[in-house]
Ligand binder design. Sequence first.
Ligand SMILES: *[C@@H]1O[C@H](CO)[C@@H](O)[C@H](O)[C@H]1NC(C)=O
Ligand SMILES: *[C@@H]1O[C@H](CO)[C@@H](O)[C@H](O)[C@H]1NC(C)=O
Length: 338
Amino acid sequence: MVAKTLKVVNILIHVFIYFYKFSDGGGIGLNYGLVADNLPSPPQVISMLKSRNVARIRLFEPNHDVLNALQNSGIELILGTLNADIPNIANDINFTKNWVQTNVVPYAPTVKFRCISIGNEVNPGDLTTYMLPAIMNLNQAVKSFGYSIPVTTTIGVYLLASSYPPSNGDFSEASKPVMQRVAGFLGRNGYPLLVTAYPYFAYASDTGEIPLSYALLNSTEVVVRDGDLRYMNLFDAMVDAVYSALEKVGGGSVEVVICESGWPSKGNGDFTTIDLARTYNQHLVTHVLKSGTRKKPGKNVETYVFAIFNEDRKSAGVEQNFGLYYPDMTEVYHVNFN
Ligand SMILES: *[C@@H]1O[C@H](CO)[C@@H](O)[C@H](O)[C@H]1NC(C)=O
Ligand SMILES: *[C@@H]1O[C@H](CO)[C@@H](O)[C@H](O)[C@H]1NC(C)=O
């Protein structure tokens, strides 16, 4: 009897954990990059990700084999558009509706779209003037089909002209007017801003200044003091710099999602070993599942590790070596996602 009761309690706890996990959207995301000619089939990949409890993936552009494999998987999706499509999405509602009809409508009943991103790391310059019109057009097109999916864009941390200390975070003069309008739209709609943030690149370009363990998230000491806030890792400092920049353009309520972060395991000598890559990604996963940043301690940062696979068609060197897996689906190194 006692054993039976315990079993029922055990089952109830698991049911609770299951719903908790999938209702708060907790869990780690991975970038599904496809710039390679030797990757396993999407159904193989998706079932491997399910077995690892990966909660979300990001796709840089619509890929119908992946979209099909994702159906009924329970894995949430960030879907990107090509940068080359941004002017058309901004200017031609027919093009935009057709994009949604082709890439979203067939899948929306069985795939949970976390959000759709207009482009990736769009540079300040010509394209940025299209950013808000493109976001608004795609938002309107998605709504016209009866779906409510957040529409946003992806910027790189390098859009900040200053980021040190984090409270000084500020967008560059060139990007500020656009970011002000974009942040206003995102804030009014409750949509997140996607940001790519790589402590690795900061560390590798400035090794004199940045302590390795500050970049790897395993520092045991405070490295940066910013008013009352004490920073032990560069990742939190980068995220908070973006929050500060958003505040300065009236976007203080916009959630920051780190849609890309990672550390290459090869390609740049001592800066890129399997040990360093494993250390960074494991600490990153544990950190973002457990706590928020110094500015927003209660708000865990939704984070996507780059990337699932090493991609052989990327430029030689570190770019080919960000993967957690080799193309044969064996691990480059193990990261615990729970
Ligand atoms: C958009 O599509 C509609 C209906 O197919 C058509 O009447 C209209 O001319 C198109 N507009 C543009 C700008 O292509
Ligand atoms: C952080 O991890 C790296 C890589 O494993 C290691 O070399 C370093 O000693 C660690 N730092 C601390 C403070 O534990």
